[in-house]
Design a protein around this ligand. Structure first.
Ligand SMILES: [Zn+2]
Length: 490
């Protein structure tokens, strides 16, 4: 029925030239687990579900997976969400992974992209942390999908040149940015080459801003997939390319949770758009990687750096606060200062104490995720990174080294972007970042009996909620009680 209806109104496909459409979904949830217990505390706002991961799975991840939507789009599934989904809903997880594998079999390229591991705002991270975030994200992807990633989604599309250059050095060939991140005029119906150091390059797809915004924020836009294909899409094609029959691409990039969670039933809109509406109207549904293989970028662009898709002030939203969130957001700078100071102290101790047994502590950190998650054996890890091979001669020093690597792991979690995204400090997201930092403090205390808590609390006192009388130090003290021996005395 639907196909008939479209064929009556649709133009001959040649009228659109070689028009392609890509729907991109960024699927992501921050880690919600208590870092001491590993359990997700009950989230009353998610009722009748136990927590938001469960609620969003029921509303979005499951219906989109069951409808086969992941086969037709380009997407990234954030590592912290993928890890949870794999345990809690393995059937949904497997369908998402299988979609990329089918795409690979059909077209020789995948349709999934990797994500920087902890959804960290990479322009605000040190070079060393950028590299770890990117390598962990690529390692996580390879483990899950069974092949290396070529694309990487950057948290909040936050970018600077150093980030792109590290991406290129790690084998990533493309990413997605907002059109206003380009500093030179661009035509968003084609990908662009960003020149980097030493002849390296990165391909960037700039998404269509009005359509992506409409799908995200305007309820009426997504009422009917046929109307969307017939009335909204064609006007965004470049006329000359259309007439010449040249390939062009409309890219609609949004948070994936939009399809069913932020907007109920929009999973069905997505199904109809990619199966019937857009193809019926003459658009070819195409993943980013396939498009790049068929129609490589030919023109160069420059970027505004640092920049991101959800802040009009560089990356101030996550650094020191800006007008993108209402009220006094100066707590963001104070919270970041406290976390950066803690990380600097943690890094110094990590390097000092682990270099006794590790050839290069930072290379070992980059490889730690696979050890921690059991993708690499302890024998292999120590053979690669240990000065003494496996087993390490001094068991106590080996244990201390693993505790300090684990402290680094949670230190990375403490920079999750969500902690800085919203308007106030007294929310679950900043609390979680502080909880991850406390876990790093605990591991350092257990390993070395060095107290990093005192300075951290001192710095956190400066971060003040605008909504409640609480400071960051108050939030720290409200975290769940743990065994006394696990933390320095307050
Ligand atoms: Zn801003």
């Amino acid at each position: 029925m639907i196909e008939q209806t479209i064929s009556e109104v649709a133009p001959a496909s040649s009228e659109l030239g070689a028009a392609h459409l890509c729907l991109y979904g960024h699927f992501y949830q921050p880690p919600r687990e208590d870092p001491f217990s590993g359990l997700i505390p009950s989230e009353p706002g998610a009722a009748p579900y136990d927590n938001f991961n469960a609620k969003i799975t029921a509303e979005c991840y499951r219906p989109n997976a069951m409808a086969g939507n992941f086969d037709e789009i380009s997407f990234d599934l954030g590592p912290t969400l993928a890890a949870w989904l794999e345990q809690a809903h393995p059937d949904v997880y497997q369908r998402i992974i299988a979609a990329d594998q089918r795409h690979m079999q059909r077209y020789g390229v995948g349709n999934a992209l990797a994500q920087a591991y902890n959804h960290t705002i990479l322009p605000l991270a040190t070079r060393r942390d950028k590299l770890t975030q990117i390598l962990w994200g690529l390692s996580d992807f390879r483990h899950r999908y069974g092949h290396p990633a070529h694309g990487m989604w950057l948290a909040e599309t936050a970018v600077d040149m150093e980030t792109l250059d590290i991406l290129a050095q790690c084998g990533v060939t493309y990413t997605v940015l907002a059109p206003w991140q380009a500093a030179t005029p661009i035509d968003p119906t084609e990908p662009y080459i960003i020149p980097l150091q030493a002849g390296r390059t990165m391909t960037v797809f700039f998404y269509n801003a009005p359509l992506s915004g409409g799908v995200s924020f305007d309820w009426n836009t997504t009422n009917d997939a046929n109307i969307f294909a017939a009335s909204y899409l064609p006007g965004h094609l470049v006329h000359d390319k259309r007439v010449a029959g040249e390939a062009q691409l409309i890219l609609i990039a949004t948070d994936g949770e939009l399809y069913g969670h932020h907007k109920p039933w929009r999973d069905q809109f997505l199904t109809h758009l990619v199966r019937y509406g857009a193809p019926g109207y003459g658009f070819e549904i195409c993943s980013l990687e396939r498009y790049m293989a068929l129609h490589p970028a030919t023109r160069e662009a420059d970027l505004h750096v640092p920049s991101a898709w959800s802040c009009a002030h560089g990356v101030a939203r996550w650094e020191r606060g800006c007008d993108c969130t209402p009220g006094d957001s100066s707590w963001k700078g104070a919270l970041r200062h406290a976390l950066v100071q803690l990380a600097q102290q943690g890094d110094q101790l990590f390097e000092q104490y682990t270099s006794e047994v590790l050839h290069d502590p930072w290379e070992a950190r980059n490889d730690y995720l696979s050890l921690r998650n059991g993708w690499q054996s302890p024998e292999s890890f120590w053979a690669r990174h240990g000065k003494e091979g496996y087993p390490p001669l001094n068991a106590q020093v080996a244990r201390r080294t693993l505790q300090l690597l684990e402290a680094q792991y949670y230190q990375q979690y403490s920079f999750t972007s969500c902690g800085f995204f919203f308007e106030d400090l007294d929310r679950i997201e900043p609390r979680n970042n502080i909880a991850f930092a406390r876990r790093a403090i605990s591991l350092t205390w257990q390993a070395l009996s060095v107290d990093l808590q005192r300075d951290f609390l001192h710095n956190l006192q400066v971060a003040r909620s605008g909504r409640t009388p609480l400071t960051g130090a108050d939030l720290y003290k409200q975290l769940p009680v743990v065994e006394q021996r696990l933390l320095p005395p307050l």
